[in-house]
Structure formats: C-alpha cells, structure tokens
Ligand binder design. Structure first.
Ligand SMILES: C[S@@+](CC[C@H](N)C(=O)[O-])C[C@H]1O[C@@H](n2cnc3c(N)ncnc32)[C@H](O)[C@@H]1O
Ligand code: SF4
Length: 373
C-alpha cells in the first residue's frame, strides 16, 4: 500500500519573523508561478508512491496564503482528492477572496498562526498581524464556511508573563477554534533573535514548565482534549461526535509513511527518510529539467523506526502497543517509572500497552528518553 499522506511546502513569506527557523523565502512574487510548476512536476514524478486514496494533504510554509492567488488555486486544483486538506495561513493574508479561493479549492481545515494576542509580544516576534487581524481572519473564514479552524499560540516569548498567557488563552478561546496548537518558543543559539533576547529567554526558560501546565489546565477546563503534547481539540461530545484531531499530524506521530514535496520537504517512505535540500533556484531548476530535486536520504532500520515510534507515540494521549516498540523499550526503566507515577503499563485484550501518566506527560521528552533501551 502507498503513502496515504502528502505534505506540500510553500516557502514564500512577506518577511522573516526573527524567531523562525523554517525553510522560507522572502517575497519573490515573480517566482511563485515557476515554483508551483516545479511542485506539480515533482508531484507527477513522485505521485506513484501515493496510495489510491490519499487521506490527508497539508500545505505548510512559509506562508502558503502569501503565494499568489492564481498560483495557489492552480495548485489546489491539481492536488489529489482527500479527506482532510489543511492550509497554514497568516492572519494578515486572509481576505474574503482568499477564504473563498481556499473553500473552492477543497480546503476544509485552516491552521492560523496567531502566536499571541498581546501587541507588545507580537512586536517582539516581529509579526505583521495584530490581534484584530487574527480575529478578523477567523470571522472571514467562518463566513466562508470553514468549520475546522486551528490557532497556533506560542509561549515563553521574551517579555511574556503568566498573566499575558492567561489573557492569550482567553482571547483564543473566545474565538471558539476547533483546534489549538500551543508551542513553547524555541530560540536557536546563534540567531539574531537569541542574541537580542538572550537574558530574557533564559528567564522564560525557567517559567516554561509553569506555562505548560497553565496551557493544559485552561484548555482542558474549556472542554478541549489534550490529545498530543502541544495539541488540543474540542471534545467529540461538544461537536456532534466529530474527531477534530489533526489527521495529518496524527500520521506523523503514528509513524506512517508520507510524501513531502517542495524545497526542504521531508518524506518518509518504505524505510527511508529523504529531505529535499533548501534552495529555491536549484529546486526549480532541477524540476524544469525533469530531474528529481537535490536531496539527502537516510535509511531507517527497524531499531530506529521503533525508537521514533516510541518517542512520537508517547506524545499522544492514547496507549501505545508494547509490541510496536518492544525493541526500543527499556522494561526495567519502564517499571521504575511506573513506580514513580510517570508511566502506565496496561494489560488489555489486545496485548500490553505503554503510556505516560498526566505527570509523565508534563515532563514529556525527559521521561520518554529514559524509556529508551
Ligand atoms: C510553519 S510555521 C509558520 C506558519 C505561518 N507562516 C505563521 O507564521 O503563522 C507553523 C507554526 O510553527 C510555530 N513556530 C514557528 N517558529 C517556532 C519556534 N521558533 N518555536 C516554536 N514554535 C514555532 C508557530 O506557532 C507557527 O504558527
Ligand atoms: S511568517 Fe511564519 S513561516 Fe514566515 S517567517 Fe514568519 S513564522 Fe516563519
């Protein structure tokens, strides 16, 4: 069976936010058309690895909604039919026309990068959108018929206080999004952002655990399921039984195969991980010549796959079958962590499972690393 998930990278952004480490290209409006041509060529070259039924497609960036409208429409038109089609959008790019274009192109989920509703924090992040742009974007998307909107929030922003975060969470909840992703801000050493905010980033790092608990407490109290370390969705009981978890991201956490196209895009296919190299010029040039883009490939042996499955699977709130990760799991460490109240080993009809307790989930990666054999 082929890959059931497709990621499409659209790297263009209006400007570069100081904290961002994604593969992006500023401006270059005149090259959006050539880039979309290259994407479609890559899809034609690689599409054979996709299953007949593609369950999810995710357009990520960069700022996919900064891509020229006619180019974006052309791309959406050429994508395979799918159950979940997500597009990442920056609030300031959302207009009634864009919302209609996305709808007409079959998009049924929008992930909106709010980051914060506090003007002073948005300015530290060098964001273009203000709080009212975020609200307006949500209203416009609702008007266009979107009933699955996710908001991204960041915490640990230089200058942020617990009270700021409380207000951000309340402002986000007031918009009644179906889904929220709340990330702790990561600042890469050596970047301009880290240089500018070094001491304050250290102060924020000390507050991070408290912020994390604050996020989980506020969102679960508001009726959201904490289904992955950083991800929350409305409980099915509140939305007529709909499962609003991000299906595309679930595929990553479950360790499924996926095809990624575009510059810098990663794919995991048949025991290998490959990454298209960044660099707009060489990506477009290769595909114009009918060649696959320059890329690096790493083979994934069973042991590596099991370790990844353990590390990613334990981010979820569902128990992980021990049989899927048996080689990667240190049984002695697991028993020790069970005694410490951080891990649960459960025996049910389908065989033993492993999961993190609520306290284990707050400690997250640290506990999972201890579980690795
Ligand atoms: C591919 S990014 C960008 C999407 C969109 N261009 C935007 O800026 O809203 C997706 C999400 O990753 C998160 N993100 C970006 N940089 C981050 C960082 N340094 N640390 C933690 N999360 C980050 C942001 O919440 C962002 O919305
Ligand atoms: S708009 Fe998004 S992808 Fe672009 S630079 Fe800013 S954070 Fe990065």
């Amino acid at each position: 069976m082929g890959a059931r998930h497709l990621y499409v990278h659209l790297p263009f952004c209006a400007h570069r936010c100081g904290y961002c480490d994604f593969v992006t290209v500023v401006g270059r409006r005149e090259q959006h058309g050539a880039y979309v041509d290259a994407l479609l060529r890559e899809l034609a070259l690689e599409g054979g690895v996709l299953a007949e039924h593609v369950e999810t497609v995710f357009l990520g960036g960069g700022t996919p909604t900064f891509t020229g409208g006619s180019e974006l429409a052309r791309l959406l038109d050429a994508l395979p039919e799918t159950d979940e089609l997500t597009v990442e959008a920056n609030p300031e790019t959302v207009t009634p026309e864009l919302a209609r274009l996305l709808r007409a192109g079959g998009v049924n989920r929008v992930s909106l990068g709010a980051q914060s509703f506090r003007p002073h924090l948005l300015s530290v992040l060098e964001r273009r959108a203000g709080p009212d742009d975020v609200r307006r974007a949500v209203y416009l998307l609702r008007d266009a018929g979107f009933d699955n909107i996710s908001l991204d929030l960041l915490y640990g922003i230089p200058g942020q206080s617990a009270a700021d975060l409380e207000c951000d969470l309340a402002d986000a909840l007031a918009l009644e999004p179906e889904h929220l992703s709340c990330y702790e801000l990561e600042a890469k050493p050596g970047t301009r952002f880290t240089h500018a905010h070094g001491d304050e980033l250290a102060r924020q790092a000390d507050a991070m655990e408290g912020y994390f608990e604050q996020v989980v407490d506020a969102l679960t109290a508001a009726g959201y399921r904490w289904y992955e370390t950083a991800n929350f969705c409305l409980e099915p009981g509140r939305v007529g039984g709909r499962d609003l978890r991000a299906r595309h991201n679930l595929a990553y956490w479950w360790g499924r195969d996926y095809l990624g196209i575009g510059m810098g895009a990663v794919s995991t296919l048949a025991g290998a991980r490959r990454r298209n190299l960044p660099g707009l010029g060489r990506y477009v040039a290769a595909l114009q010549e009918g060649r696959t883009p320059p890329r690096e490939t790493e083979s994934l042996d069973e042991a590596t796959k099991e370790r990844e499955r353990l590390l990613l699977g334990l981010r979820l709130d569902e128990p992980l079958p021990v049989a899927d990760v048996a080689g990667a799991l240190d049984k002695k460490a697991a028993e020790r962590l069970v005694a410490g109240g951080l891990v649960e080993l459960t025996e049910n009809g389908g065989g033993p499972t492993v999961s993190l307790t609520r306290r284990g989930r707050f400690l997250g990666g640290g506990v999972t690393v201890e579980l690795l054999a």
